[in-house]
Design a protein around this ligand. Structure first.
Ligand code: FDA
Length: 390
């Protein structure tokens, strides 16, 4: 008997819904199987409930992957402007918050509703509360859930990554990929707060203080706010840097991003009676200025400090090294770095080379965006690439 569906999409998240809608609107008979009781749960909580649905500047340079070229094709064929046009066609009001980040004026719910309507336009069936237990392949793919068994010649893995297990996120996509002989790049938490220990626990005393900084790991640098927490470091610049960080590496923080040259020497000439603490308080929150001055051990007036001492202090403030003891893990990670190896997939269609008819999209794949709407843009773009190819 012929299959009822041309494709089964596993996961009604951002990537799965987009893929299903595109394929359905091109005449394919598509079934989406979702283990939660409703579709798009991560979209609903995203962007503080307003969904940072794309970034207007999204390009391949904003993504981490073992193959930095992999995302180029899909991102070029479905851009942030394309998604914005879809959002506007539904009359969803939006605004740019900062750095090209586009949010709904209203609620994330509008994005989920839009995607569900797009699926309905393509005649897509979305079955919720259907956790996939088993997949087999024999003349097409057969998917077994506790509620039933479904078959189709095409299967799309869109079950996301293991970030936020509290929401039911697991490494299911990786297990399935391995079952079909696909390699998985070791996953690790990304966009995640970092923890401090040793002498650096002193910074926990200023938990709640934030400041605009430049945070760097290797060559990756992010100019945004850093936040000190009771466990270590967070805030957008740290979350961004965390995606590049590996255990044993340092994170360098420039606490004086607006000051270049010999700022402290200039201040010594202008205000020799000022202390380092009082000068730093002009550039930074008081409690942060105090702890940095204390750590530098410069309690004297600037006029009494040698030029070399001030140069050394400024160098340190411009590149303060933290050695995180770890991260807050998948429990707090917004996304996952690593995943199904891009070497296994066609960058045009997201189809597995070793298993024709099998596709992988979204966060399940080893492509991870920066903070700021880039991850959804990858979900949309990779979903479209697979949806158009099915
Ligand atoms: P996603 O996780 O969205 O969907 C996977 C779906 O598969 C889920 O619905 C899951 O229930 C289902 N599933 C899993 N296993 C299954 C199984 N065995 N059987 C059936 N179904 C199964 N990004 C961004 O660009 N802008 C933002 O504002 C935010 N904000 C944000 C906030 C928070 C708190 C988090 C945790 C993450 C973000 N992100 C974000 C990241 C973004 O949410 C993420 O990159 C995308 O949701 C990934 O989309 P996917 O469709 O790949 O996975």
């Amino acid at each position: 008997m012929a299959d009822r569906y041309d494709a089964i999409v596993l996961g009604a998240g951002a990537a799965g819904l987009m893929c299903a809608a595109r394929a359905g609107q091109q005449g394919r008979r598509v079934l989406v199987l979702e283990k939660s009781e409703k579709p798009g749960k991560k979209i609903l909580i995203s962007g503080g409930g307003r969904c940072n649905f794309t970034n207007i500047g999204a390009g391949p340079a904003n993504y981490l992957s073992s193959n930095p070229h992999f995302a180029k094709s899909a991102l070029a064929r479905y851009t942030s402007r394309d998604f914005l046009a879809l959002v506007e066609s539904y009359g969803i009001a939006w605004h740019e918050k900062t750095l090209g980040q586009l949010f709904c004026d209203g609620s994330s719910k509008q994005v989920v509703e839009m995607l569900v309507v797009e699926c309905a336009k393509g005649g897509v069936d979305i079955f919720c509360s259907e956790q996939v237990a088993e997949v087999s392949q024999e003349d097409g793919f057969t998917v077994v859930t506790h509620a039933g068994s479904y078959s189709a010649p095409n299967l799309v893995i869109a079950t996301g990554g293991p970030s936020i297990p509290k929401m039911g996120a697991t490494g299911f996509a990786y297990d399935l990929a391995r079952q079909f002989g696909l390699k998985v790049v070791e996953p690790r938490p990304a966009l995640v707060p970092l923890t401090l220990g040793g002498e650096e626990v002193l910074f926990r005393e200023i938990s709640g203080v934030s400041a605009p900084v430049v945070a760097s790991v290797g060559k990756a640098s992010f100019s945004e706010a850093a936040l000190f927490t009771h466990r270590g470091l967070s805030g957008p610049s740290i979350l961004q840097a965390s995606s590049y960080w590996k255990p044993g590496e340092d994170v360098a923080i420039d606490f004086l991003p607006d000051h270049t040259g010999n700022w402290l020497l200039d201040r010594k000439r202008e205000t020799p009676r000022a202390t380092l603490r009082s000068v730093l308080r002009e550039a930074l929150p008081d409690r942060l200025a105090d702890i940095l001055a204390e750590k530098l051990g410069l309690e004297t007036e600037l006029g009494n400090a040698s030029d070399q001492t001030l140069r050394t202090a400024e160098d340190r403030l411009k590149s303060w090294s933290f050695r995180p003891t770890g991260s807050e893990g998948f429990a707090k990670a917004e996304v996952t770095v690593g995943g199904i190896s891009t070497a296994e997939l066609s960058s045009k269609t997201m189809e597995a080379r070793k298993a024709p008819g099998l596709y992988a999209i979204g966060e399940a794949v080893d492509v991870t965006g920066w903070l700021g709407g880039y991850n959804f843009q990858w979900a949309w773009a990779s979903g479209v690439a697979a949806g158009d190819a099915i």
